[in-house]
Design a protein around this ligand. Structure first.
Ligand SMILES: Cc1cc2nc3c(=O)[nH]c(=O)nc-3n(C[C@H](O)[C@H](O)[C@H](O)COP(=O)(O)OP(=O)(O)OC[C@H]3O[C@@H](n4cnc5c(N)ncnc54)[C@H](O)[C@@H]3O)c2cc1C
Length: 301
């Protein structure tokens, strides 16, 4: 089939790759690519965060994890590495996403927390992984804004526009959630370990190592501003205080990035005539991308 994918974030590129692997002829149209989009800001570790619905997320996340682990093993140049993930939770109850992988309750690898859930956590480096994905494609990216999905060419049009669907589909269930991360030198952190401290939902903390730096966050609150968020110094200072309190010695701050997660209580993955929607992955686009892309292929029939 001739398929147009709208959007070139992790969801659009992964969907295009899955479609080409199944023999479809793909063209991609996107308003922006590279460092300008949400997918470039992500810590990009496998971790089902601020997304739903729980029953579908488990399957999408499990399939994506298997695919990423395989890629890390076979293709180091794709920028994916397998880390050990820890989630520090308010109680020792299993996290809502526990069906997506094997979890073990273990002593927390930080100061001041009794225990944590440990799991295998593949992590993508967006600056390597996104160009790698693009390089796997036969399709090239046409840069322009789409105002009407139905007017796009092809047998089927796949909508992977993330937050763009608020306007494009007039979808008010799609809500921006503010993010802010510090990119620091590795300091004395363990580059094989990703840690999330979820005990205070208003002050989420995480450290996600890349090959030569750390991503240290964060914040996750509804964003109502008309313009994208600017760097907030009070958030930066709070993140650094949390790192110190947990005994995580991060290095010098190199830069600070902000972004908006495209949150929806349920990822929209459904067919509407010639259009298939695949957007609203919240804080988990990298965690769900492959499983969702495979479901899109399935909807083509
Ligand atoms: C600080 C932060 C940390 C994060 N950490 C993680 C993490 O550790 N793990 C994880 O799994 N997820 C994480 N996320 C979430 C993840 O980044 C998103 O879920 C994911 O990037 C969404 O991808 P997307 O392709 O849907 O959207 P985007 O990356 O926003 O891409 C959307 C694409 O659609 C295009 N587009 C939009 N509107 C139009 C239009 N009208 N016409 C044409 N093109 C259009 C855009 O130009 C762009 O190419 C994080 C997010 C933030 C902000």
């Amino acid at each position: 089939m001739e398929v147009t994918v709208v959007g070139a974030g992790v969801i659009g590129l992964m969907t295009a790759l899955s479609l080409e692997e199944h023999g479809h002829r793909v063209r991609i149209v996107a308003a922006a690519t590279g460092a300008q989009i949400t997918s470039a800001v992500a810590g990009a570790v496998w971790f089902p965060y601020r997304t739903g619905p729980a029953d579908k997320v488990a399957g999408w996340a499990a399939r994506t994890r298997a695919w990423l682990e395989d890629l890390a093993r076979t293709t180091p140049s794709a920028g994916v590495d397998v880390l050990t993930g820890y989630e520090i939770t308010p109680t020792s109850d299993e996290p809502w996403w526990s069906a997506a992988c094997e979890l073990e309750w273990v002593p927390a690898p930080v100061t001041g927390a009794p225990g944590a859930w440990r799991f295998v956590a593949p992590r993508c480096e967006p600056a390597i992984f996104m160009p790698w994905l693009e390089a796997q494609l036969v399709a090239t990216i046409e840069r322009r804004v789409v105002l009407d999905l139905a007017a796009e060419a092809g047998d089927v049009v796949i909508n992977c526009t993330g937050l763009g669907s608020r306007e494009l589909c007039d979808d008010r269930e799609l809500q921006p959630i503010q993010g802010q991360v510090l990119i620091t030198a590795p300091g004395h952190a363990d580059l094989g370990v990703s840690i999330t401290d979820d005990r205070d939902p208003d002050a989420i903390f995480y450290v996600i190592p890349r090959r030569g730096e750390l991503v240290v966050g964060g914040i996750a609150r509804a964003w109502t501003g008309a313009e994208p968020p600017q760097v907030d110094d009070t958030i930066t200072q709070r993140i650094l205080r949390q790192a110190a309190a947990l005994g995580i010695r991060v290095g010098d701050v190199h830069r600070i990035n902000t972004g908006l997660r495209p949150f929806r209580a349920s990822v929209r993955l459904e067919r509407e005539g010639r259009i298939i929607h695949n957007y609203g992955h919240g804080g988990a686009g990298y965690t769900l991308a492959r499983g969702c892309a495979e479901d899109v292929v399935g909807l083509l029939g």
